[in-house]
Design a protein around this ligand. Sequence first.
Ligand SMILES: Cc1cc2nc3c(=O)[nH]c(=O)nc-3n(C[C@H](O)[C@H](O)[C@H](O)COP(=O)(O)OP(=O)(O)OC[C@H]3O[C@@H](n4cnc5c(N)ncnc54)[C@H](O)[C@@H]3O)c2cc1C
Length: 477
Amino acid sequence: MKKYSLWLDGISEEKEPILKEDIDCDVLIVGGGMTGLSTAYHLRNSNLKVVVVEKNEIGRGISARTTGKITYLQDTIYSDLTNFYSESIAKKYYYSQRDAIEIICDIVAKEGIDCNLRRASSYIFSKKKEKLMGEKKLLKQFGEFIKEANQDEYYAIGVDDTYVFHPIKYIQALKSICKKDGIKFYEHTDINFVRMEDNGYICGNEFIKIKTKRVVFACHYPYFLFPFLMPLKCTLEKSYISATPVKKIESYSAISVEKPVISLRYHQAEKNYLIYLTGSHPLYTEYDDQKHFEDLNKKLKRLELEPKYLWSNHDIMTFDKLPFIGLLKKDLYLATGYNTWGMTNSNLAGKIISDMIMDIYNPYESLFSPTRKLKKLSLPETVYGGIKPMIENKVWKNKDWYPDNVYFERRNGKNVAVYVDKLKKEHVVYNTCPHFKCSLLFNSVEKTWDCPCHGSRFDLDGKVIIGPSNYDITYHD
Ligand SMILES: Cc1cc2nc3c(=O)[nH]c(=O)nc-3n(C[C@H](O)[C@H](O)[C@H](O)COP(=O)(O)OP(=O)(O)OC[C@H]3O[C@@H](n4cnc5c(N)ncnc54)[C@H](O)[C@@H]3O)c2cc1C
């Protein structure tokens, strides 16, 4: 069994250089995930000098671990937005998602991208029929034809005109197109400071500086945007995902509206797979990944499925259920907070932000504005979410969370964690996240050190795989 995402298997790609000198550009895009690539794509013919910097490798972040559904049927989002804001906001969000799907399909068709894009109806389901009635009513009001289905004890509603694809093949294709049109990409180059200067910004790290007129933060968790106070506006949600070879492909995807979520879709390629997700929880509430993977395996066993891939992933959930996309302050743009619906929303973000940069009217500019007045900021939840794992893990160092070949000790006056591999080689890392000093937890399935506070992830030797941390935790004697 492979303990990483199906999308990352067998992916080879031209590597991009590390930026080693100071440069100038018109637009700096920070982050080479779906958002960054989509923004670059729409700016490629703008006559602006566009540069994309990625702290790891292009398309290896959250977008590489998604389930890759492209749908406007997203949990009970329209009822939630109606309750939180109004029906007209819900309707506008609905149109935005329909437009996003059209954007993706148009790009795939126009550029002839081979990314296993396939039409698949979407369903939401529940044991309690009444939980779906609000969504059904709203979607009908928006003009949708709604399908209904019953299976076992579940009731489901469904829509057509929705899709699934291979997210990494799509990202790679966008990169090739952008490169042909002159956009420069740099990998293993992180941005850890942003300074406003005269007519633009200076961004960079300890080695290089980039002078740019505009900055687009497409980096998932924009930890360095002080005083945007991102932690007061969102939480992180983690889920556990599997891919199992299957003979028969169904042309639908589905997601439960109850937590913990069950979500599934089929992937049709040289081999066919059922992708099945479960166990979702706020990042800071549960620490035992092993148990979640075991639960997932048990569920799969009951369905007589033997997974070939297992992995986990987390996304940013905003308190008002709308993403943050748009202008944060002069010439500084942000796109994040997709509430696990980032395939549509990242592609929408690319279009909205590029339109704003090129002075083109976009109907969704105000809907997603990151400076919108929020009805609710959640201080208690944030404080709880940020501090609880720090305290608990530090105080308890719960042995049950770790396998026998992981232990903690002090070396040269520092707290370190040691993983001993099958060849008895020690992999030693500092056991605190450089971002906010939270203690790290060992994910014994994927063999990563994961931060329960804000989601940073590190490999066995301490190299950061996913932010917000910009720094490794590798221990040196
Ligand atoms: C379990 C799960 C399932 C999901 N399934 C779906 C689905 O079926 N459909 C759907 O629509 N959405 C889904 N999503 C949501 C979707 O995957 C994400 O919202 C989306 O991929 C986020 O894209 P992104 O470009 O913002 O982030 P990323 O892909 O993480 O890209 C951000 C990039 O920025 C880089 N970066 C970060 N900081 C810096 C820095 N300081 N300097 C330089 N680079 C930096 C990172 O290394 C990374 O490569 C799912 C999410 C989860 C957790």
